[in-house]
Design a protein around this ligand. Structure first.
Ligand SMILES: Nc1ncnc2c1ncn2[C@@H]1O[C@H](COP(=O)(O)OP(=O)(O)OP(=O)(O)O)[C@@H](O)[C@H]1O
Ligand SMILES: [Mg+2]
Length: 231
């Protein structure tokens, strides 16, 4: 029997990780609500919160592995999603982990809902934010925006790092394509993030930069019922 290829191993690992990760996550959430109900010390609650934040990073990595197979389109689970809350929670977690050395800002309406796959949208934003954390120098700003534009949900992450050269920038969305060897990575983040955008019938692009400062990656996703929450 020939050895399984890398993609088969990755997707099988992701599959095996899914159940234990969700059990750990549910247990920690339960523990957290019990501590809160018992009026536990803030430090005790913070310990559980830190575990949950870091667990989310592991879940996001496992999610990447699950969708790697280029021959199998990710099966999206589209549902009405509170985009504002999704972004606030994700950024609050990453602010204290991956983005701890950056200055993050979110520009999102108080209410923005859309029909999307929340896990894949979290994954897409995580990819863009982890890239900003890796490739944009510490101390600089990283801005996440979300807005409705007609029938589309538009999500963007802008950083203040060195702009990616426009020549061949499209290639960065291909599997294993990288420009920097001094920072660890597999060259899969943008490939997967674009697949998620395209799975929603949309697109993910690097917007042209005005000068050499900063990169803006923008996802435009057609989404039924995008807008403020209906009463
Ligand atoms: N915000 C950014 N600023 C500068 N360069 C970037 C940025 N985002 C992506 N890049 C470039 O695009 C390449 C591909 O990014 P991608 O996220 O696909 O892979 P990666 O970050 O190298 O690895 P990983 O699979 O861990 O995400 C990066 O290696 C980097 O050269
Ligand atoms: Mg990346």
């Amino acid at each position: 029997m020939s050895p399984p290829d890398f993609t088969a191993v990755a997707t099988s690992v992701a599959h095996e990780l899914a159940t234990p990760l969700s059990v750990v996550s549910l247990s920690l959430q339960l523990l957290r609500s019990e501590l809160a109900a018992r009026d536990a010390d803030a430090e005790e609650i913070e310990l559980v919160d830190a575990a949950l934040r870091n667990l989310q990073l592991v879940e996001l990595q496992a999610g990447r592995l699950r969708d790697l197979d280029p021959d199998r389109e990710p099966r999206l689970q589209v549902q009405q999603t509170d985009v504002t809350e999704l972004i606030r929670l994700l950024v609050a977690d990453l602010d204290r982990t991956l983005l701890i050395e950056h200055v993050t800002r979110t520009v999102v309406p108080d209410e923005l809902v859309a029909e999307v796959d929340p896990a894949r949208i979290r994954q897409l934003l995580y990819t863009l934010l982890s890239n900003a954390a890796k490739y944009c120098p510490a101390g600089r700003a990283v801005v996440v925006t979300a807005r409705q534009d007609g029938p589309d949900l538009v999500l963007a992450v802008r950083d203040e790092g060195h702009s990616v050269a426009p020549e061949g920038a499209e290639r960065l969305f291909e599997r294993y394509e990288r420009r920097r060897d001094d920072v660890p990575g597999a060259g899969l983040g943008l490939y997967l993030a674009r697949r998620y955008a395209q799975g929603h019938g949309g697109e993910l692009r690097l917007l042209p930069a005005d000068d050499d400062v900063g990169n803006t990656f923008e996802a435009r996703l057609p989404s039924p019922n995008v807008g403020a929450r209906s009463a």
